[in-house]
Design a protein around this ligand. Structure first.
Ligand code: HMG
Ligand code: MG
Length: 311
């Protein structure tokens, strides 16, 4: 069968190039109930890199008790060797203990992860927003002193399953508190996928007014309500150049039940190809990776593009 391709038709106001920040091995797998063997995770990472993804978030240095699936962070880094290190292989670290574990493995790119809401901060970090900033402060200082690159995620930027809609100013305050610690990049998380394009623009404008420009902001959309791609296009038009995505559309958060898969990397690549935006990724290799991963997980990938192209 002939392979479909989108027709390339650029749209005004969009960038020439976008950086895809792949979160499949971390966000994609953290919610999987059945334990995925560490060798499979390492192979997943190698295949993603082989498909041309430059930035791949690998895992989280959190207690095994909190996220059992990622309890093998050290083993994964050991298996990956040199390909698992460097500025483009970030890992999540919640606290100094996590940072110590990561630095000991030679990691030089880390992400802290805060919350715009009190309920999710409590559930995900066992702390208030205030206490979590206190937890992150020495992590960021020490990571920067060690020469690491630091990303700050903020979750529940568009809505929270327990608190409902989250006021834009509350989100901006949470983002500013983490960026004021000295982080290099902010990633605004729509953890439960409820955002829509106008809301995205409103938040990006409010962040800009608060001194956090789109040059240091990434977007992290979960696709629960099918809005991730529309939201991404809106963000790109406003100047965002880094987009988080998960190969196959895997993903979710064990501490927010309504969080489903991330924006699928294949769906993003399809859209970028159609818009004539460079990204450096081989779509066929990604789809093959998702098909392979689906065999490992025992169920098909949620991505629409994967389904359309693997038929
Ligand atoms: P806690 O239980 O309050 O931790 O958890 P603690 O400091 O009281 O320590 C308790 C025990 O854990 C101690 O051991 C520590 O040493 C140990 P004990 O003395 O009892 O034997 N410990 C650790 N062990 C290994 N590694 C560590 C570590 N830290 C403490 N790093 C904590 C607090 C923050 C650690 C916990 O709440 C946690 O790990 N939370 C993370 C949960 C998580 O990973 N969620 C998913 C990622 S966030 C997400 O997916 C959203 C995102 O995608 C964006 C979006 O979509 O919005 C990023
Ligand atoms: Mg996420």
């Amino acid at each position: 069968m002939e392979r479909s391709l989108p027709m390339t038709e650029p749209m005004p106001g969009l960038p020439d190039r976008v950086t895809i920040y792949e979160v499949g091995p971390r966000d994609g797998l953290q919610n999987e109930k059945a334990s995925v063997p560490v060798e499979v995770k390492a192979e997943f990472v190698r295949r993603l890199l082989g498909a041309g993804l430059e930035t791949v978030e690998l895992t989280s240095f959190v207690p095994r008790r909190w996220v059992p699936q990622l309890g093998d962070a050290e083993e994964l880094l050991d298996l990956l060797g040199g390909v698992g290190l460097g500025r483009h292989r970030p890992v999540l670290v919640p606290n100094e203990k996590g940072l110590d574990r990561a630095l000991e493995r030679g990691v030089s790119s880390v992400a802290i992860f805060g919350s715009a809401t009190e309920t999710f901060a409590r559930r995900n970090l066992n702390r208030s927003v205030e206490e979590s900033v206190e937890m992150f402060a020495p992590v960021v200082t020490r990571a920067l002193d060690a020469g690491a690159w630091v990303r700050a995620y903020v979750s529940m930027c568009f809505g929270d399953p327990w608190e409902g809609p989250v006021p834009v100013q509350q989100v901006v305050d949470a983002c500013c508190r983490l960026m004021d610690l000295g982080c290099d990049q902010l990633s605004i998380g729509d953890t439960i996928g409820v955002g829509t394009p106008g809301h995205v623009l409103r938040l990006l404008d409010a962040l800009e007014d608060a001194g956090i420009g789109t040059e240091s902001t990434a977007v992290h959309f979960h696709d629960t309500y099918g809005q991730a791609l529309a939201n991404t296009t809106a963000a790109l038009r406003r100047g965002v150049r880094v987009v988080d995505a998960s190969t196959g559309g895997l993903g979710g958060c064990p501490y927010a039940k309504s969080a489903t898969g991330n924006l699928a990397t294949e769906d993003l690549v399809w859209a970028l190809d159609g818009l004539g935006i460079e990204h450096g990724v081989d779509l066929d290799a990604l789809v093959a990776t998702s098909a392979w991963m689906a065999e490992q997980l025992g169920r098909p990938a949620p991505s629409r593009v994967v389904r359309a192209l693997s038929g």
